[in-house]
Design a binder for this molecule. Structure first.
Ligand code: ADP
Ligand code: MG
Length: 323
């Protein structure tokens, strides 16, 4: 098959969205934006050897390339609608493309996201995905809305994907019964779309966790001009984590490990009750891990009532405002 045939055969799937007036095949996609809505748009590129191992299973890659983008929409509280896909491939390998599409479209169908266009070029393997979502006017969850007194929360458990990566690299030994779990967390992250939508009228700020809680939360602290205090004993760690490494190592993986794609968000005290109801409704577990204080913008770690120092070298990177 040539490239046009590949696009036609694999990337032009019958869509069910009425707001796609023109999908793949013309010069542009034409999309109907609902009235009184704002568009939320985000792009992420995954490069072979930089963001994933060259031999990563194509199905996992197809899933992950879309998942990390949808996670950005989740962090904004947006409803996912459309996606475009730019693929750079060293060669046309149909079995690879089939696997990639299986992972990509399974997730796209789950959230009713339509693939509306893209690009195919030859070169070193790289995948660029752009997602589009909609939001009621003014409802986007930004990073700059946290205020002194707000609680800091996260969804799910933290550090499992980083543990999965370390297991794959042979740096830790995860007990047999948890190996699939941590590997799945690393290769098939699940974007927290429902939680993001539920938080729209409740959270004062939100972002998704791609680089570890400490560094990511520092973005919120700086953008909002507040000081984030985390209580490490509260960090939600999975049974897999607790049975694989020490509690301190678990904290470090949660704070500096990447690829969790959970949400971190802040909530004013007056919305605390609403939060319980809203997230229980969508079946998402969440944990309060700290609060926002006045003071120098940055992240402060506490354990057993004392200040805690990370052993990891990345500490300076998020401790305070960069020079
Ligand atoms: P152009 O020369 O105008 O860039 P292309 O040949 O790159 O056109 O693409 C032709 C059509 O196929 C366009 O509508 C484009 O959006 C679509 N397309 C190309 N690659 C992909 C892809 N990987 N997935 C979905 N649609 C694609
Ligand atoms: Mg093109």
């Amino acid at each position: 098959m040539n490239e046009f045939e590949i696009i036609k055969h694999y990337f032009t799937v019958p869509g069910h969205r009425k707001d796609v007036l023109m999908g793949p095949g013309d010069d542009c996609a034409l999309l109907q934006v609902p009235p009184h809505s704002q568009l939320a748009v985000s792009t992420d590129t995954l490069v072979s050897g930089v963001h994933f191992f060259a031999d990563m299973a194509p199905m996992a890659l197809g899933h992950k390339a879309l998942a990390v983008n949808l996670s950005d929409l989740a962090a904004m509280g947006a409803d996912p609608c459309w996606v475009s896909l730019a693929l750079t491939l060293p060669e046309i390998d149909e079995s690879w493309i089939k696997g990639f599409c299986a992972g990509f479209f399974e997730l796209a169908e789950y959230y009713n996201v339509a693939l509306v266009g893209g690009d195919m070029t030859r070169g070193p393997l790289s995948i660029t995905v752009t997602v589009h979502g909609t939001l009621p006017e003014g409802k986007g969850l930004r990073r700059n809305g946290a205020r002194v007194g707000d609680g800091i929360y996260v969804t799910g458990t933290l550090g499992d994907a980083a543990l999965g990566l370390q297991q794959i690299q042979g740096k830790v030994t995860v007990p047999e019964q948890y190996r699939d779990f941590v590997r799945t967390k690393f290769e098939f992250p699940h974007p927290r779309i429902l939680a993001g939508q539920a938080l729209r009228d409740i959270a004062s700020s939100a972002l998704d966790l791609s680089d570890g809680l400490a560094g990511d939360l520092a973005h919120v602290a700086r953008a909002s001009g507040v000081r984030a205090q985390l209580e490490l004993e509260r960090l939600p760690l999975s049974a897999a984590m607790l049975d694989s490494v020490s509690r301190e190592q678990g904290w470090e993986l949660a704070l500096t490990g990447g690829d969790d794609y959970e949400l971190c968000f802040t909530v004013p005290e007056i919305h605390r009750g609403q939060l319980e109801t809203a997230l229980a409704h969508c079946g998402v577990k969440f944990t309060r891990v700290g609060r926002m204080l006045a003071g120098e913008p940055g992240v402060e770690l506490m354990a057993k009532g004392r200040s805690y120092q990370l052993s990891t070298q990345s500490w300076d990177h998020f401790r305070s405002t960069p020079a």
